[in-house]
Design a protein around this ligand. Structure first.
Ligand SMILES: Cc1cc2nc3c(=O)[nH]c(=O)nc-3n(C[C@H](O)[C@H](O)[C@H](O)COP(=O)(O)OP(=O)(O)OC[C@H]3O[C@@H](n4cnc5c(N)ncnc54)[C@H](O)[C@@H]3O)c2cc1C
Length: 481
């Protein structure tokens, strides 16, 4: 049973500009953004802790490119919420205008393709909405493969039954490069970065756990309040904190009980090399290509000629039955959670056979010549870990039971585009400000909202990594490690 302290009824005093602030996952997407915004507000004692230096190789953002959508639609083309739509527009504005990020954003637009009756309807609604937007005259509807191919001749596949929409707004960002620049800017503003054993957080240090250190019998009654006063890292190093921000992405639920609000899952991706300069030139500046049923790809990366391809699927979990995780009072409980196995920490991992097949299925549909592994071998394959809330809204709020802890997690597979802006909201929370009502409601602590992902029965989940083969490259694929 969890020994939760009571709900905090008054906001704790915010940290002063010189108090120590720790950001766990500080070399990842939300962590870097938070450090950047806090440092711009004058906080002078910020430490970013991470397993890797920025951009962290375990981060979901450690990638050549990510989509920056103009609309906010986590589930393909579902109708966007107006507040969240505004957030996406705000992020796009920052990608276009922020001097630090100049050149990392490529506003190529996006082609969304549907091939089933069910998705036609969604696509049509999406098109109608875009027609009411500011770029309506450049939005296009393609009613047949022939119409689509006229606009996008590089789509050489049969595209049977395809209907499509071109949205000229948004595009893609050079993700790793953007994170690198934000990290450099943080350093320039005085943020400290600690990585390796001294930056990999093992546990929180609770004020109460210091007091109760030797009194295990007393741990069943909830303490009056709970406060985190620092963290202990893998090599034993401790870091004191007046305020802590948990931004550890898919690893967040391994460090603190989040009461099954988050489920961590991995998605899979691969690259193919485009070595022919003429082919590369033809593909320069093409829109992001998103098939709603099968996946998406981007134009070749300028420096390497690699095309990144992702298959569309619900993600793999990696359940561990008896993970010891502290509750809000610092008391450890065994929990069943999905534990990530990051690419940075396990660089020899491949992707499941099923994912390789799905990536080839996508290519056969849209660009069959790329499905020939002799000419276009899949390379740099990897699994990328994110953490989802049941409703796919972020978990960005003050912890309701622990003073001095802000949560900046639950990015739900669509958080990268918020790199320039999410930290501004987290910084507001650190300063004890309330977010506007709609955001406060969407991003709140909500253990009782919707389905419970922690029970492993979430509909649509792609299965457990332990049950699929091909990714361990020679090791025992069923083993945990
Ligand atoms: C295949 C794929 C494609 C995607 N495409 C898009 C897209 O096109 N557009 C988009 O907007 N989003 C996209 N996303 C989602 C986006 O990448 C994530 O939502 C976002 O990057 C998550 O940010 P985060 O800060 O929560 O986590 P991360 O960026 O993963 O950061 C977590 C950090 O915590 C660190 N960490 C972990 N454990 C510890 C510890 N114990 N101590 C210290 N540090 C620790 C990690 O090293 C990491 O740096 C995609 C995700 C995937 C997997």
């Amino acid at each position: 049973m969890l020994t939760e302290p009571p709900l905090l009824t008054t906001a704790p005093p915010p940290p002063s500009l010189t108090d120590p602030i720790l950001i766990i996952g500080g070399a990842g997407t939300f962590g870097l953004s938070t450090a950047w915004h806090l440092a711009q507000r004058g906080y002078a004692n910020i430490t970013c802790l991470d397993r890797f230096p920025f951009p962290s190789k375990d981060s979901a953002g450690y990638d050549c490119n990510k989509m920056a959508r103009s609309e906010y639609n986590p589930d393909s083309t579902t109708k966007p919420d107006q507040v969240i739509h505004r957030l996406s527009q705000e992020a796009l504005k920052a990608w276009r205008e922020n001097h630090l990020l100049r050149g990392t954003f490529h506003e190529t637009g996006r082609i969304s393709i549907a091939s089933s009756t069910e998705n036609y309807e969604e696509l049509r609604e999406y098109y109608t909405e875009l027609q009411a937007g500011p770029r309506a005259k450049d939005v296009k509807w393609f009613d047949s493969p022939a119409e689509l191919k006229q606009f996008a001749p590089y789509l050489t596949g049969e595209l049977a039954n395809a209907k499509a929409v071109f949205n000229p707004e948004g595009g893609w960002v050079y993700a790793k490069e953007a994170m690198q620049r934000v990290g450099e800017e943080c350093k320039r503003l005085g943020v400290k970065f600690v990585s390796g054993g001294a930056g990999t957080v093992r546990e929180f240090i609770f004020a109460s756990s210091q007091i109760d250190n030797d009194d295990d019998d007393d741990k069943t009654s909830p303490p009056n309040s709970s406060r985190i006063i620092g963290v202990r890292c893998q090599d034993g190093t401790t870091h004191p904190a007046a305020h802590t921000i948990l931004a550890a992405g898919a690893w967040s639920p391994t460090l603190l009980s989040l009461q099954s609000q988050l489920i961590s899952k991995c998605w899979t991706l691969a690259h193919i090399p485009i070595t022919n300069p003429t082919e590369r030139a033809l593909l320069k500046d093409i829109p992001v290509i998103l098939d709603l049923e099968k996946g998406f790809f981007f134009e070749p990366e300028t420096a390497t000629g690699l095309v990144k391809i992702c298959n569309e699927f619900p993600g793999f979990t990696r359940w561990v039955d008896d993970m010891s995780v502290p509750d809000a009072a610092g008391v450890l409980h065994k929990q069943r959670i999905s534990v990530p196995r990051g690419h940075g920490s396990h660089p020899t991992d491949g992707i499941p056979t099923r994912s390789t097949q799905e990536i080839h299925d996508l290519l056969r549909l849209l660009k069959p010549e790329w499905a020939d592994p002799e000419t276009y071998p899949l390379q740099d394959v990897k699994m990328c870990w994110c953490t989802d809330t049941p409703d796919r809204e972020f978990l960005v709020c003050s912890h309701p039971h622990i003073s001095s802890l802000t949560l900046a997690t639950g990015a739900s597979g669509h958080g990268f585009k918020m790199l320039p802006t999410i930290g501004d909201y987290v910084a507001d929370l650190v300063e004890g400000r309330r977010l506007e009502a709609a955001l406060e409601s969407a991003w709140r602590w909500r253990p009782d909202a919707g389905e419970r992902p922690g029970d492993g029965t979430r509909p649509g989940a792609g299965g457990d990594l332990g049950d699929v083969g091909g990714w361990r490259r020679g090791e025992d694929e069923r083993a945990r490690g």
